[in-house]
Design a binder for this molecule. Structure first.
Ligand code: SAM
Ligand code: SF4
Length: 331
């Protein structure tokens, strides 16, 4: 089958799949306290997700990342991972990855490793219990820390994702980097992105990573690394800790030119760019027939309208660039 190449010559080799919009936390930059979640009947079944994943793998996607919402709250999720891992055995797929908040990781770590997952991203914005409870609106820091330990013990490679928040964790970022690197985990810092309505004012939460980097460089030696992961992060080596640190800067640095990824929502919409509304429904063609012909045509039609990039702008942070939350599209 022909590989997927968008109108700007970028090959699509990475698919992120959100398996649920539900979550056991309520991070202030991501959700409202009172979220209206999608009715369960709107969700793709796990078998349908498996079929769509297979359709993309057949077209050259080499990496699948499962996310949410919180993927570990979806019942049967590990069975889905075990099923898609058959593509690892045939050599068609390089990696099966997940992004999780870590709350249930202690329970699931071993099973994830057995299901074929090699690396996981765990979101952790603070090491302080009160701050964690404020940011996530749930008192669950200990579970997350235990989860990270269990993941490492199960042989999963862990990367820590931290959203930089001006009022909540700006003063703690160097400690977090040190903590992660001391345990052998890479870390990535993320700027808040204007996705979906939340309860707080985003402009007041926004912390430029250019400033964070400057600050870290005043006491550490940061050496630029050429590593690209087909995604938005730029990496440095922190010479003093020996660890890798990534910066995802959608607002201060445009990262679209090398972007190889598209995103599938839990209702079967394919989003072609995180910051644009351009999308295509794959659920109807999927359900229209048991063979994948219509589905493949819908995927081709979607890739043909892939936009060149996003246009997040700092001044527009107060208003969401998209109406959908990160928990719907998958971070
Ligand atoms: N629940 C899982 C977790 O938190 O890792 C997976 C889904 S979450 C939407 C994925 C990532 O997106 C997390 O690292 C989270 O911090 C980040 N995120 C959520 N909303 C964001 C926003 N508005 N701007 C920037 N990052 C955001
Ligand atoms: Fe849940 Fe992840 Fe969003 Fe936090 S960032 S509310 S853990 S989906």
């Amino acid at each position: 089958m022909t590989p997927l190449i968008d109108p700007f010559g970028r090959a699509i080799t990475y698919l992120r799949i959100s398996v649920t919009d539900r979550c056991d936390l309520r991070c202030i930059y991501c959700m409202k306290e009172r979220m209206r979640f999608l009715p369960r009947e709107d969700l793709l079944s796990l078998e349908e997700i498996d079929r769509i994943a297979a359709a993309f793998v057949a077209r050259g996607v080499r990496r699948l990342r499962f996310t949410g919402g919180e993927p570990l709250v979806r019942r049967g999720f590990v069975d889905l991972l075990t099923s898609v891992s058959r593509h690892l055995q045939t050599g068609a797929l390089d990696e099966v990855l997940i992004t999780t908040n870590g709350v249930q990781l202690a329970t699931f770590a071993e099973r994830l490793a057995r299901a074929g997952v090699s690396r996981i991203n765990v979101s952790l914005d603070t090491l302080d219990r009160a701050t964690f409870t404020r940011i996530s609106r749930r008192d669950r820091l200990n579970e997350v820390l235990e989860g990270i330990e269990a993941a490492a013990a199960a042989g999963l490679k862990v990367k820590i994702n931290t959203v930089a928040l001006k009022h909540d964790n700006a003063h703690e970022i160097a400690d977090l980097v040190q903590w992660a690197h001391a345990r052998g985990h890479d870390m990535t810092l993320i700027e808040t992105m204007p996705l979906g309505e939340i309860d707080e004012d985003r402009t007041s939460q926004f912390l430029s990573l250019a400033r964070v980097r400057e600050d870290l460089a005043s006491f550490w030696t940061l050496t630029d690394l050429p590593d690209r992961t087909g995604g938005p992060a730029r990496y440095v080596r922190v010479e003093e800790t020996g660890g890798r640190l990534g910066f995802i800067t959608p607002l201060t640095h445009n990262f679209c030119e090398g972007c190889s990824r598209v995103r599938l929502t839990c209702t079967g919409k394919l989003y072609l760019c995180l910051g644009q509304e351009a999308n295509a429904d794959l659920r109807a063609p999927l359900r229209a027939s048991p063979d994948n012909e219509e589905l493949q045509s819908a995927i081709d039609a979607a890739i043909a309208i892939r936009p060149k990039g996003h246009d997040f702008v700092i001044e527009r942070l107060a208003k969401p660039a998209t109406v959908r939350h990160m928990s719907v599209t998958g971070g």
